[in-house]
Write a protein that binds this ligand. Structure first.
Ligand SMILES: [Zn+2]
Length: 70
């Protein structure tokens, strides 16, 4: 079993569909063992602290219809 070096980062993404604040994206970057540069990126989670706190049901609905997950 070979584990590639990977790193979790957080960055701003597209505007939140509910409040237009940029979303936080949790991104998993997998790096090439040789070069050390990111080879694959996968968004593991999208977050909007405001909407998740004030309207969690609407948030979940929007995320499911937009991205197919919550
Ligand atoms: Zn929002």
């Amino acid at each position: 079993m070979c584990t590639l070096p990977s790193m979790k980062i957080t960055r701003y993404g597209e505007p939140c569909p509910l409040c237009r604040t940029p979303l936080f994206l949790d991104v998993l970057q997998v790096r090439s063992a040789q070069s050390g540069f990111p080879t694959t990126e996968r968004v593991t989670r999208r977050r909007c602290p405001g909407c998740q706190a004030t309207r969690p049901e609407q948030w979940t609905e929007v995320m499911q219809s937009r991205y197919g997950d919550a």
